[in-house]
Design a protein around this ligand. Structure first.
Ligand SMILES: [Zn+2]
Length: 297
């Protein structure tokens, strides 16, 4: 069974139902897994020092003290409340813990995270702190990994992660996204694969399979972070791709099997997913846990 990381603070109750960001999905994912008999590892909150390893310390303090100016908050899309500050720290702690569990068990999932639009200067697009960037930085700095790959299959380009690691040769960033989805400005990752709007399961998977081979060859990683955003789904409110449930599952299975085959630790995070029906988004995220269970067991 894939080790799972969850923190009760992931669902920040200050964000109302009906907000474009379906905050309830974090509770729903955890409830469904708990009902299926799964247990969770609970992370510690990320420290200020860890957060400031990739983000401007003044920005970190503005979030932790809830003093971020209105322009910064508007870029993120949430009012910065104590609950948002707490969930953001818990989410980063969760990805760090999931990475450690993946090193032991081959794979692990943080049932949150994937805040890939946050960069060194600040947050954007519902992303406060870049959890994958903090965890990758920590594993590299502490010598727990020598080379790291970030595989980002959220429908939106991983612009924050690309900017943070633009000059870091030991962290390889790969983003496969819809070319016409936000953000309009897409700073270069090590490998960007922009896909045309409307691309469906077959076209998407035919592009992904060789891309993953290239990532492993070029990155030569000893740890992989996987942003498994479900917003490439055809019914997503924001994403412009046309993947089905089965397409998402096969995508996740392909990533998991690529890593499992060569014994490469895989740390997966939920990433984006948008619908008025948070339960529908939660069900899509659960496909990823199923795919990892199947690929590694
Ligand atoms: Zn997204």
């Amino acid at each position: 069974m894939t080790p799972l990381v969850h923190h009760p603070a992931y669902d920040a109750e200050s964000v109302p139902d009906g907000h474009r960001f379906p905050m309830r999905k974090y509770s729903l994912v955890a409830e469904r897994l708990r009902a299926a008999g799964r247990e969770f590892h609970q992370p510690e909150l990320a420290s200020r020092t860890a957060l400031a390893s990739v983000h401007d310390p003044a920005y970190v303090d503005a979030i932790l003290g809830q003093t971020l100016d209105r322009v910064g908050a508007r870029r993120i899309g949430f009012e910065i409340t104590p609950a948002i500050a707490l969930r953001s720290r818990a989410s980063v702690g969760g990805t760090c813990l999931a990475a450690a569990l993946a090193m032991e068990a081959g794979r692990a999932v943080n049932l949150a995270g994937g805040s890939h639009h946050a960069d060194g200067q600040g947050g954007a697009g519902f992303c406060v702190f870049n959890d994958v960037a903090v965890a990758a930085r920590q594993f590299l700095d502490e010598g727990r990994a020598a080379r790291i790959a970030v595989v980002d299959l959220d429908v939106h380009q991983g612009d924050g992660t690309a900017r943070i690691f633009a000059d870091e040769p030991d962290i390889y960033t790969f983003s496969m996204h819809c070319e016409t989805n936000w953000p309009r400005e897409k700073p270069p990752s090590d490998f960007d694969l922009g896909v045309a709007a409307g691309t469906g399961d077959a076209g998407y998977l035919a592009l992904l399979a060789p891309a993953l081979v290239r990532v492993i060859e070029e990155a030569r990683p000893d740890l992989v972070f996987y942003n498994a955003g479900v917003d490439p789904h055809r019914e997503d409110r924001l994403g412009l791709l046309d993947l089905s449930d089965s397409g998402l599952y096969r995508r996740d299975r392909l990533v998991a099997e690529t890593c499992a085959r060569v014994g490469l630790p895989l740390c997966a995070v939920l990433g984006g997913g948008y619908s008025k029906d948070a339960g529908a988004v939660a069900r899509r995220h659960l496909l990823m846990v199923e795919a990892l269970d199947a690929a590694f067991d």
